[in-house]
Design a protein around this ligand. Structure first.
Ligand SMILES: Nc1ncnc2c1ncn2[C@@H]1O[C@H](COP(=O)(O)OP(=O)(O)OP(=O)(O)O)[C@@H](O)[C@H]1O
Ligand SMILES: [Mg+2]
Length: 368
């Protein structure tokens, strides 16, 4: 780590939410009592569908919204009653409003100037941040003379120049095209490694979540569905909701019934040996399904409906027991259109969920 990195390395704090709730009105609670600990220096991605409470959660951490109940602490210090400017965190929004009449330098330096920092120190700090973000050659330009990605970097520069211990992002990349999003993801990862602020990043893009996060917090209707590493969330989803939310295409979920010997699909076909009895939901990822009919074990008869060629691989959609099942196949696998497909679900790749609650039943097979 060089002198520039050290100069703007933040003092990371852990963030502790205890019993935090939010209700905008008496009828609807947007965030249900939430207990969560974000470790110092950790990159947390908050992921969930539109309206699940992601921005609300972030704004309560930032101090832009008050909590309806509970406490928020940064490094052990309760902050829920403090003004945003006294919390020591910085936020980058989706619609980053830069001051259009100010240069890049002045945009980044704004908060330092307001806080009364001496000019020489401002120049040094802005110079270090601009260098880190690749903006050194643009400091005299106005925002209107920059590309979308450059403007986004200015917004990030403005947030980190104050050396926040907590850095909050609300969908900062959603206005950018696919290539820029990818580039910015890489830059954000590197930036995080360098400055090490405790970071909370809101998105509904699962690729951003999987690639950026140390841990992903999956939110559903104001409740935490799962909070774990990207790997654990992918391989051991805690609920049907998580299983269907992560993965493209997502995990296949099929209703099954156990008779004490095998689990059967709705049409009676046997999927796998099991001593379980009663109704369950069975999950298998598209890339884990085998087809062709060569190996031993239970084989299922399905009808191929359509295929999508994605270059690196193809996704087949087949009808099985009244449900559509998606199968990811390596590029070049030859399957005739409208053919009957013989499928096998390896036991070690199966996930089992409670039929009513949708919660995972760990240890039912090899996978979960
Ligand atoms: N100021 C407000 N007054 C009343 N209800 C609000 C207010 N702000 C948000 N809500 C409601 O709270 C819920 C959560 O909103 P929030 O903005 O946190 O969702 P989100 O997960 O960020 O969604 P998106 O992905 O669409 O940005 C929504 O049902 C929303 O309608
Ligand atoms: Mg939002």
């Amino acid at each position: 780590m060089n002198a520039i990195d050290l100069a703007i390395r933040a003092a990371a704090a852990n963030i502790t939410l205890a019993g935090v709730t939010k209700a905008y009105d008496a009828a609807t609670t947007v965030i249900l009592p939430m207990d969560v600990e974000l470790r110092a220096g950790e990159f947390t991605v908050v992921l969930g569908p539109s309206g699940c409470g992601k921005s609300t959660l972030l704004q309560m951490i930032a101090g832009l919204e008050r909590v309806s109940g509970g406490t928020i602490a940064f490094g052990g210090r309760q902050v829920q009653d403090l003004e945003p400017k006294h919390r020591g965190c910085a936020m980058v929004f989706q619609n980053y409003a830069l001051y259009p009449h100010m240069s890049v330098f002045d945009n980044i330096a704004y908060s330092l100037r307001v806080s009364g920092m001496a000019k020489a120190e401002r120049i040094e700090r802005v110079g270090a941040v601009a260098k880190m973000l690749g903006l050194s050659n643009y400091l005299s330009r106005k925002p209107g003379q920059l590309s979308g990605g450059q403007r986004q970097r200015v917004a990030i520069g403005r947030a980190i120049v104050r050396e926040p211990g907590v850095l909050l992002f609300d969908e900062p990349l959603s206005n950018l095209d696919a290539q820029l999003r990818h580039d910015m993801r890489v830059e954000l990862s590197e930036l995080h490694r360098r400055i090490g602020a405790t970071t909370v990043f809101v998105t509904h893009d699962q690729v951003e979540a999987m690639t950026l996060a140390d841990r992903i917090l999956i939110l559903n209707k104001g409740r935490i569905e799962q909070f774990d590493t990207p790997k654990a969330i992918y391989h051991h989803p805690a609920s049907v909701f998580v299983a269907k939310f992560i993965g493209a295409p997502p995990m296949n979920i099929l209703p099954v019934t156990g008779d004490g010997a095998v689990l059967r699909l709705a049409d009676g076909q046997a999927v796998v040996q099991s001593r379980l009895t009663g109704a369950y939901q069975l999950g298998i990822r598209p890339e884990d399904i085998l087809f062709g009919g060569r190996a031993d074990g239970h084989w299922l008869t399905s009808a191929l409906r359509f295929r999508e060629d994605l270059g690196s691989h193809a996704v087949l959609a087949a009808e099985l027991a009244g449900s559509t099942v998606r199968i990811a196949t390596p590029f070049g696998a030859e399957v005739a259109d409208h053919a009957q497909l013989s499928l096998h679900f390896p036991a070690s790749r199966l996930h089992l969920f409670d039929a009513a609650s949708g919660r995972a039943i760990p240890g039912a097979f090899g996978a979960n």
